[in-house]
Ligand binder design. Structure first.
Ligand code: NAP
Length: 251
């Protein structure tokens, strides 16, 4: 008997890592549900089509209903893998943020993944699926200049940890931590746009493959990259030292 096609839903699928992940799962003949905010024009037509792409803003009040309707229209009643990848990257100190920006940041980075997880639990449970949160090492490190962003990542980790226990009979819950990657490089003055673009795509592809391997493992939390694991270790076990280094300039 032919094996049923697996379904993977990726938020932030129009971003660098999300798109690279979508390519990986397309190569694995998985049915794709890709969530993003940009218009479909300009996106890769081999990946983003009327039946794979659900365009929705995760800061809108009705995004859960829009995604639910998309799934219903495409007769998708179970999801094998849900990957939360969407994010707003933080820029600037907390003091510099407007209240509206803080609200949007917390909504997209924290509230939306929790609410969407809640809405999609029946579809995930139906096939004993897997839920993955793409997080960051900043969750355990002091992050001056990214304080709100780091707080959303730390809170999401904690949500994943508790949810893993609540749902241990139904679905697997995993947190995957990334660190600074060449995807967000410091662009050197003499580098041409196309070289930088090519490097970014290569870096995103390599990282996406590492994420796919991490998802295939049964480990509940995985940090990708030795440097990131060392950073995380220092944040978790040498926090007094990290705190001292981070604050010494203000003394
Ligand atoms: N890249 C890194 O160096 C790095 C490091 C650590 C952790 N991470 C984690 O990796 C994940 C992916 O990062 P990335 O580099 O691929 O990010 P990215 O390129 O900035 O992509 C962000 C994605 O989130 C979507 N998004 C943002 N606001 C949205 C909204 N209001 N509604 C719906 N979608 C929205 C964007 O959609 P549109 O583009 O369509 O607007 C885009 O698809 C994130 O969770 C991040 O925390 C990345």
């Amino acid at each position: 008997m032919a094996k049923a096609q697996r379904t993977v839903l990726i938020t932030g699928a129009t971003g660098e890592i999300g798109t690279a992940l979508a390519h990986q799962y397309q190569q694995r003949h998985t049915r794709l549900v890709l969530i993003g905010r940009r218009p479909m024009e300009g996106l890769d037509p081999n990946l983003f089509t009327a039946t794979t792409y659900c365009r929705v803003d995760l800061s809108w009040p009705d995004y859960v209903r829009i995604i639910d309707q998309f799934l219903f229209r495409n007769t998708i009643d179970s999801i094998d893998l849900l990957i939360h990848c969407a994010e707003i990257a933080d820029k600037g100190t907390t003091e510099d943020h407007s209240p509206e920006h803080i609200h949007e940041l917390v909504t997209v980075n924290l509230y939306a993944p929790i609410a969407l997880t809640h809405a999609l639990l029946p579809r995930l449970s139906r096939c004993h699926g897997k839920l993955v949160f793409i997080g960051s090492v900043v969750a355990v490190l002091p992050s001056p200049g990214h304080a709100v962003y780091a707080a959303t990542k730390a809170a999401l980790d904690h949500f994943a940890w508790s949810l893993r226990m609540e749902l241990r009979q139904q679905i697997a819950v995993q947190s995957i931590h990334l660190g600074p990657t060449p995807i967000r490089p410091a662009v050197s003055a003499d580098a041409t746009r196309s070289i930088v673009q090519e490097q970014r795509l290569l870096a995103a592809d390599k990282l996406a493959l590492q994420i796919v391997h991490a998802i295939e493992s049964r480990r509940p939390t995985i940090t990708i990259g030795l440097k990131n694991r060392m950073l995380e270790f220092s944040g978790q076990h040498l926090n007094w030292l990290v705190d001292w280094i981070a604050t010494r300039r203000t003394r």
